[in-house]
Write a new protein. Sequence first.
Length: 439
Amino acid sequence: MEQMSLFDDNRITYDPLASRLRPSGLEEFVGQKHLIGDGKVLRRLIDQDMVTSMIFWGPPGVGKTTLARIIANRTKAEFIDFSAVTSGIREIKEVMNQAEVARLEGRKTIVFVDEIHRFNKAQQDAFLPFVEKGSIILIGATTENPSFEINAALLSRCKVFVLQALSIEDVKELIHHALIKPSGFGNQKIIMEDWMVEEIAVFSNGDARTALNTLEMTVLNGELKSDGTTVITKEILGQCTSRKSLLYDKKGEEHYNLISALHKSMRNTDPDAAVYWLARMLEAGEDPLYVARRLIRFASEDVGVADSNALCVAVAAYQACHFNGMPECNVNLTHAVVYLSMAPKSNALYKAYEDCKVDAERMLAEPVPLQIRNAPTRLMEELHYGEGYIYAHNTEEKVVAMRCLPDSLQGKRYYIPTEEGKEAEIKEKLDRILAWKER
């Protein structure tokens, strides 16, 4: 038999499993029950043929493109698949003109724009007049937060639907369908243990495309027996799931979601969750120095003088990251994260500055009280600079009843210590000082 070249014009084409199993109707669609379940908003709009322009926001592989195609089929609209990566304003206007002709002929056009966040402002604006007069129904898909990536004018004319990562059960259902459907591997005898299906589902991280691609790779590399049975072994599965690309973009929303999760887990005294989110960031390639800088901020914002040693630990972790780098510094950061998680919590310093900032910005011209001004010249002395100043070290109490705030802010309190950790001692001391000054 003659071997065919990859460059042969008559070569056999092979559709990937994910493409062969793409559902054509809502009945076959897996996941997103919060949107297309019975009685849900999007389901009602589709069933009543009242679909308007919308944005599908969600992670990769959750069915954004598939759902748009199903909507087009269900509403009997022409479907135009548009790529934000390869299309410019000229292509947009050509498609829009075609859609306008279709509208005048009584036909609806759904324009699906994958990765719409990649369009610049001018390209997004090119859609506006056609969306406004109903020439097209725009369905945009994005993995980025539309609030940041879609023009406000265009976003205001679209309904945003948030698609969620598929659950493990959703992905397992998808894999089982692939194993029994004729368009999948239904015509083959495949021996695959249940735990292997679970393993692929967990590995896919809620991404249907990753799950089906991994399943396909596993089956194609399975051990083929003489009777035509394909056996999936533990070794084969391990090879196909040995490398996992974590969903993470150092400049995208997930970056801020994960650092927020780390911060709030530490604040909630949950070291297990905090270490998990730390590992998620580091294993995805986050700069350890960025994490260390956030820990330094946390040490003062959420622990403060309730345990001033927290700041020392955080700064030491930053230095350790400089000395060691990854992966060695992961344990240094874990040290700091666990310490900060278990430290007594106080946001008194954070609140003190935020409250003070309001007054400082509102009263930028408040004069410094004369008694605490410096008087390096004779003229300043004649103007009473420093007059009435008492050197606190020269007093028995080491504190004097001298006003240091501007006159308009006398009696104002910014730092209100808590009862947590060492701050309880500071609170007791400050209360005594304030009472003494009052007397």
